[in-house]
Design a binder for this molecule. Sequence first.
Ligand SMILES: [Zn+2]
Length: 403
Amino acid sequence: MKKSALDKWICDQENIPYLTGDILDDLQLTKLNALLAKEKRRGGFYADLPEYLTSLKELESLPFTTAEDLAENTAALLLGSQSEVSRVISGVTSGTTGPSKRIFYSDGDLANTVTFFAAGISEMTAAGETVLITMPFSVSGGLGELIARAVELLGAKPIRAGSDLSYAELNEIMRLERPDSYIGMPVPLLSLLRFCGNSSTLKRALVSADVCPVSVRREIEGLLGSRLFPHYGLRECCLGGAVTCQAHAGMHVRENHIIAEIIEKNGKPVRNGDYGELVITTVGMEIMPLIRYRTGDRACILAEPCPCGAVSARIEVEGRLDDNLRMSDIDEALFDIKELVDVKAGFAGNVLELKACVLGNVQIEEEIQKRVSPLLSDNKLKISTQICEGSCKSLYSGKRMIG
Ligand SMILES: [Zn+2]
């Protein structure tokens, strides 16, 4: 089996001949200490932290950074001047009412993400192939464009389809361009594969930017006839965080730039192999490095070495830590109904309204009712269905959330 391309990428980035666990630990500690010293000198958000740690273990004694910290202390968190900022991403911290947080990237941060993406995509795409990209292309330097640049670096051809085309338009691209692989969010891929049926030319896929429930993964893999390559990224680490190798057993972390920890609710670290909240220290981000940032994502660091032989640690990510009903719970419950193309959910008072887009004139309301009702406590359920036509498109253009 081919070793994860990520180890080689780390070696190339750091100019070292090979990687071992000790070398990675030293690299992370050196970068962390350089960051702490810089923070002390400039008197910013992390100025009160110690200037030097003797081991990575001591990181566990430092305080956490939260999404609210990001929203309230943007200027103090910026390591460098505004003139070095190439891109800003703004977004609310939770739901639609949280304070707005802004994340800054330098040219170097964006360039690193592009080569990281290229390493991840190289696990499934070779030079000369064609890659359909359905991530948003709304802004220059946005996720879709960074992925397209990474595909070009590999000598492959990106198709910048974006996240707003109808199924008929995507099907036409499939007919004309015959893409070999797909990069986009997971549910829109399943929707597309179900709509296109045998006319799909896709053989492999990398999914990211949203939760991939187990049922969605299983259905996609059945239709593609190959294993998925999930990727994990978030804005706080310049959109690229961890990517799957050919062993398909967890995602290798970009460990020269990110120190990953998993904690319990009380903030204590868990053992490798146990699930908890993913916390990241982004020692490799140039303009806005974060120390012990609580991602709000439920994840684990796998305890065993990867069968591919790579050294970089692997994580599994399950989705958001949330005690309330999540869209991914509804997706998990529904997407092994083969006729379902897409579903959207929103609350109107205490009624959960589900709008389903289905293949042909089939009756699946009863089946949906049976599967979703156990997820609800006091809420009522109202289901409407529409037949999927070529003019239909994904019911969500971004992350899937209950409205
Ligand atoms: Zn591996």
